[in-house]
Design a protein around this ligand. Structure first.
Ligand code: SF4
Ligand code: SF4
Ligand code: FES
Length: 249
């Protein structure tokens, strides 16, 4: 059975904006993105929203629903009471372009700052050999759909614009961890994580993990192991001495 739902949607641009109220039809089985599309079709044809797959796989429709970072296409209307006002706002950490669409180029910049996979010299594609357990470990990280909800949530940049320059955010610290855990990668990811990508600013609150739609254990499986490796490499006197004597060039 359909009903008339109450929606409050942020409308505006980089020049400013505010919340607007709408009453719109909601039908059984719908998700928030369906209702946003109905709003576009019936009341606000110029409402800007980014989406592609409507299946939780492209990572485009990230926004905040009642203040929680979520995918619009994976949030069922049935989780809200019929008389509840559902508030939809753009991700707060990134600059607004228009309405629900934000400029996420910060994330692409951070991705480019990570040096690519560096295999040993003399080992060509097709000649890589590694244990199945190492293959499986990276599979969890590779489920990432790049929705950037984790980076949007992380308080290190959400409330501190000034940290964006030095902090890659959980999504890209996880990428550094993935490369560090690759048995054939020869770059010094541990030092880079701390010195270049801002790992030290993370205080393992796990807020990034809580919002990940792929249920990746970002903090437990990527960030904490990287912090342990930093502690080993930088502060364990034996490891420190070994690195000084035998560090790979
Ligand atoms: S665990 Fe670290 S990266 Fe994740 S939200 Fe907290 S401070 Fe940010
Ligand atoms: S780690 Fe999870 S929350 Fe972060 S970008 Fe990937 S899928 Fe999104
Ligand atoms: S539209 Fe692709 S993840 Fe929502």
């Amino acid at each position: 059975m359909g009903y008339q739902g109450h929606f409050r949607v942020w409308r505006g641009s980089d020049q400013g904006g505010g919340l607007e109220d709408f009453t719109v039809e909601v039908n059984e089985g719908e998700v928030v993105l369906d209702v946003i599309h109905r709003l576009q079709a019936t009341q606000t044809p110029d409402l800007a929203v980014r989406w592609n797959c409507k299946a939780g796989k492209c990572g485009s429709c990230s926004a905040e629903i009642n203040g929680k970072p979520r995918l619009l296409c994976m949030t069922r209307m049935s989780v809200f009471a019929e008389d509840e006002t559902v508030t939809v706002t753009p991700m707060r950490t990134f600059p607004v372009i228009r309405d629900l669409v934000t400029d996420v180029s910060y994330n692409y910049k951070k991705a480019r700052e990570i040096p690519s996979f560096r295999p040993p010299t003399g080992v060509g594609p097709g000649e890589y050999r590694m244990q199945q357990v190492d293959v499986e470990r990276s599979q969890e990280f590779r489920k990432c759909i790049e929705c950037f909800l984790c980076n949007n949530t992380c308080h290190v940049i959400r409330d501190h614009e000034e940290n964006k320059e030095s902090f890659a955010g959980p999504r890209f610290l996880m990428r550094v961890a993935e490369l560090e855990m690759h048995p054939l990668d020869e770059a010094d990811r541990v030092d880079q994580a701390q010195a270049t990508h801002g790992l030290g600013l993370c205080n393992i609150t796990k807020c990034c993990t809580d919002v990940c739609p792929e249920n990746i254990k970002i903090t437990d499986n990527a960030l904490i192991p990287m912090k342990e490796r930093v502690a080993d490499q930088r502060y364990d006197p034996l490891v420190w001495l070994g690195n000084k004597l035998f560090r790979r060039s």
